[in-house]
Ligand binder design. Structure first.
Ligand SMILES: [Zn+2]
Length: 300
């Protein structure tokens, strides 16, 4: 899946540090969910700090990048080489578009964030989606939701603080379930109605306040296809920064033999598909595709 970057190790501990020349700097554009990148036939790269601040890194002159870059996280390539750490930063000094103009003319372009779903190398694509998740949270919380005062960064943890009323705002992670609903040798496949993504999906939905994840599974299956479930079992999880989600994957067996009663507002298609009808998928990116593939192989 997109987060599986071993042997590299993702470090999201809150340990802010100043940018180094080879560190990566992300520019996002919110109005069309775009990220500044170079795309060479699917091979992705992002601007380096030394490209954005050439004077600073060549002769310690000009703008100090520490004033313009917000530390996000680091990745080390190998547990045996901790000194080879690469850190990732977010442009934090105004509109990304204007400040990235010089880089746009140097082979970088704003591309839809979904480009990272299929790009390589995998570690940079995962870093890009995770940075986007953090960017959205920072961007939506520039002002206190209680009193409207501008927020500031906490110095001791990843949080935003309102200096006026003391409100502390932690990163927003939205839990949602993915359900592999099975009936013996068949799994229930769906297609969403009215969304850009047209591929096969599984039943999915957001956890509501006051609800266990297993209750979300029961409720979403009933709402989307009108079926009861038994034998709910946890499979795996996935951080999905494209939508600020933490996805929780469950399989469950259908109870009884009721017909599918599809919610046409949510879905355009819902049908039982047998194992042998499923197309194989090598190295799936998403939890949904991983769950479909695990079922196809008879692993679950
Ligand atoms: Zn406040």
């Amino acid at each position: 899946m997109i987060q599986d970057i071993a042997p590299e190790i993702f470090h999201n501990e809150f340990t802010p540090k100043p940018p180094q020349a080879e560190d990566i700097l992300f520019f996002f554009r919110d109005r069309d969910r775009a990220v500044l990148l170079r795309d060479r036939d699917g091979r992705i790269s992002f601007p380096l700090c030394r490209e954005v601040f050439p004077d600073w890194f060549s002769q310690k002159a000009g703008t100090d990048p520490a004033d313009r870059c917000r530390y996000l996280f680091s990745i080390t390539p190998d547990p045996a080489k901790p000194e080879e750490v690469r850190s990732f930063f977010l442009w934090s000094a105004g509109a990304a578009e204007e400040n990235a103009a010089a880089l746009v003319s140097d082979g970088c372009e704003f591309a839809p964030i979904r480009t990272l779903r299929r790009g390589v190398p995998r570690d940079l694509c995962f870093a890009g989606t995770t940075a986007y998740h953090l960017y959205v949270w920072y961007d939506l919380n520039r002002y206190c939701g209680r009193c409207g005062h501008p927020t500031v960064l906490s110095e001791k943890e990843r949080a935003l603080i309102c200096p006026d009323c003391g409100n502390t705002i932690y990163p927003r992670i939205v839990p949602a379930v993915i359900v592999g609903l099975t009936d013996g040798d068949r799994i229930l496949m769906t297609r969403y109605a009215g969304r850009g993504y047209k591929g096969h999906a599984l039943i999915a939905g957001f956890c509501e306040i006051g609800e266990r994840a297993e209750e979300t599974v029961r409720r979403e299956v009933m709402e989307e296809v009108g079926l009861n479930v038994v034998n709910i079992r946890y499979f795996d999880s996935q951080p999905w920064g494209f939508e600020s989600d933490l996805l929780l994957g469950y399989y469950a067996d259908v109870k009884g033999d009721s017909p599918i009663r599809m919610d046409e507002n949510e879905l355009s298609e819902a049908a039982w598909v047998s194992r042998e009808e499923i197309e194989p998928e090598e190295a799936p990116i998403s939890l949904t595709a991983t769950m479909i593939e695990a079922f196809r192989r008879g692993e679950v």
